[in-house]
Write a protein that binds this ligand. Structure first.
Ligand code: URA
Length: 276
């Protein structure tokens, strides 16, 4: 046996003598796929004890960004830190490209999102998809999340009722805040688009009127984490507000052009107005 083979056999004997179950779980875990898309559907509300033990012990080995986001999504799906967690059908952690340059943040899941466990999949989501496409991106290229991860309902005893949505309250946002902040620092985008008043007040400034915040780039400041780099944030209308007030689409496009121009996009005069 060559010297290398002997050393290899020695290392293997040593590893097998010290290995515990988690070493094998880790080795058996699938490698992150090249397409860095994270979508954790909230099909499983509870994580089994074995899974919990495994995820705690994996701290030994640094997790990849994809694993950290998936672990965070699992925590969100198990969270019952506020009443929204007790009445939701599915938690909606968020989804998208973990290396996205742009992250879109809304207020909270609605009726459709609560059922599918995915953000912006209802009518407002269809308009958001069009907005993303008009900006020159595919939905899979950006990351989409919400300030709160569970459906805020006017009447939580009746989750099947349509028109039962309400904006999240300050204390609900505060309890969920760490989740969205952690997603921001992990994805580490260049830009965030705050969709609507809730995300804008929470992430930019709660005291300034929204009209003075929309369409301007600000440096993002977080409460719980320090991002690796300066992340710029821009506020615009929520797609649901644009559905109710189609006349605001022109201004929303003007807002988004500020971000696109900062990214280096050029606008031919024919493209200066893009609606719907
Ligand atoms: N509105 C939001 O703010 N978020 C969603 O995911 C859907 C609708």
């Amino acid at each position: 046996m060559s010297r290398e083979l002997e050393n290899l056999a020695k290392d293997l004997r040593k590893f097998l003598a010290n290995a515990d179950e988690e070493d094998f779980i880790l080795k058996a875990a699938p490698k992150p796929k090249r397409a860095a898309f994270v979508s954790v559907k909230a099909t499983k509300e509870e994580v089994s004890t074995t899974q919990k033990t495994a995820s705690t012990k994996t701290k030994k080995t640094p997790l990849t960004k994809e694993q950290e986001l998936a672990e965070l999504a699992q925590k969100i799906c198990n969270c019952k830190n506020c009443p929204l967690g007790l009445t939701r059908i599915k938690a909606v952690p968020g989804e998208g490209n973990i290396n996205a340059r742009i992250m879109f943040i809304g207020e909270g899941p609605g009726f459709d999102e609560d059922r599918q466990g995915r953000p912006f999949v209802g009518r407002a989501g269809q308009l958001l998809d069009k907005i993303i496409a008009a900006m020159g991106f595919k939905r899979e290229e950006v990351f989409i999340a919400n300030m709160v991860k569970c459906h805020p309902m006017i009447d939580p005893t009746n989750p099947d009722k349509h028109g039962n949505d309400r904006p999240p309250q300050m204390d609900e946002i505060a309890r969920c805040r760490k989740f969205v902040e952690k997603q921001i620092v992990l994805v580490n985008p260049d830009y965030i688009v705050a969709l609507g008043g809730v995300a804008t007040k929470s992430l930019i400034n709660e005291h300034t009127p929204l009209s003075a915040l929309r369409g301007k780039l600000f440096d993002l400041k977080l409460d719980h984490y320090t991002p690796e780099k300066n992340i710029k944030i821009l506020a615009t209308y929520h797609p649901a507000a644009l559905l109710r007030n189609p006349g605001w689409k022109k201004e929303a496009w003007q807002n988004l052009k500020v971000l696109l121009a900062d990214m280096g996009a050029k606008f031919p005069s024919s493209q200066s107005k893009k609606e719907d």
